[in-house]
Design a protein around this ligand. Structure first.
Ligand code: ZN
Ligand code: ZN
Length: 223
């Protein structure tokens, strides 16, 4: 047996042992149940998520079980999650944040795009998050809306998070970044600040209003 074959047999086994000993209780706050599995996420560099969860708090996507963040990362990428090059680093929230904003803010953001349509134009909406390689080699996760007419694509509106900063949301319209913002819930989590549900809802609607305003004003300049 060649050395490379040996490595292929022994490494995963060592890994399973190591991971099994790391697993004790479920890591959901306040949950006292024993953990039944580790999160199955392994990023493009082979780093795995080291969190363990009980039956109730392990989130299934397809055949595998994940923690909350990685379940949403894998779901956000859809079929692309099978490609290691599409997967953000284990501690990077890019894909799930983009997806969350396009989901929670869907009515506001798509409404702003729809209201800017010119006669004969239609909207094509991304259903999953795409990963693009930028000129400096870093990656960007994005999802949004493309506007087109019978001649082809006329505009695109994308919510993006770059590899360099996974808290910063960029709004790009026709390849120009027109607004950047850190979502209020991330700012608060960083500051360990708790707020009432009413204040949280108000901050979120302001955040989506900020994005919506930029979509409307930039698309209004199209001729
Ligand atoms: Zn639990
Ligand atoms: Zn995980």
């Amino acid at each position: 047996m060649a050395v490379s074959d040996l490595m292929m047999v022994s490494l995963p086994e060592a890994r399973v042992l190591e991971r099994a000993t790391a697993m004790t209780g479920c890591q959901e706050r306040g949950c006292t149940a024993p953990a039944v599995a580790m999160c199955a996420y392994v990023d493009g560099r082979g780093r795995s998520c080291e969190t363990a969860w009980c039956h109730r708090h392990l989130r299934a996507v397809g055949e595998a079980g994940y923690c909350r963040r990685h379940a949403s990362t894998v779901a956000a990428l859809g079929g692309k999650a099978k490609d290691p090059r599409a997967l953000p680093a284990v501690d990077h929230r890019g894909a799930s944040l983009v997806n969350w904003i396009c989901t929670e803010g869907h009515a506001a953001l798509q409404g702003a795009v729809a209201s800017a349509l010119m006669p004969g134009e239609v909207i094509f909406e991304d259903r999953t998050v795409n990963v693009v390689r930028q000129s400096d080699g870093s990656r960007r996760w994005e999802r949004g809306w493309r506007i087109g007419d019978r001649t082809g694509l006329t505009s695109k509106v994308l919510v993006c998070v770059e590899e360099s900063d996974d808290a910063l949301v960029l709004l790009a319209i026709d390849d120009q970044v027109v607004a950047v913002a850190v979502p209020p819930w991330i700012t608060r989590r960083r500051a360990k600040q708790a707020v009432t549900p009413a204040l949280d809802a108000n901050d979120r609607s302001q955040f989506y209003g900020f994005l919506l305003g930029h979509i409307q004003s930039v698309l209004a300049l199209r001729s």
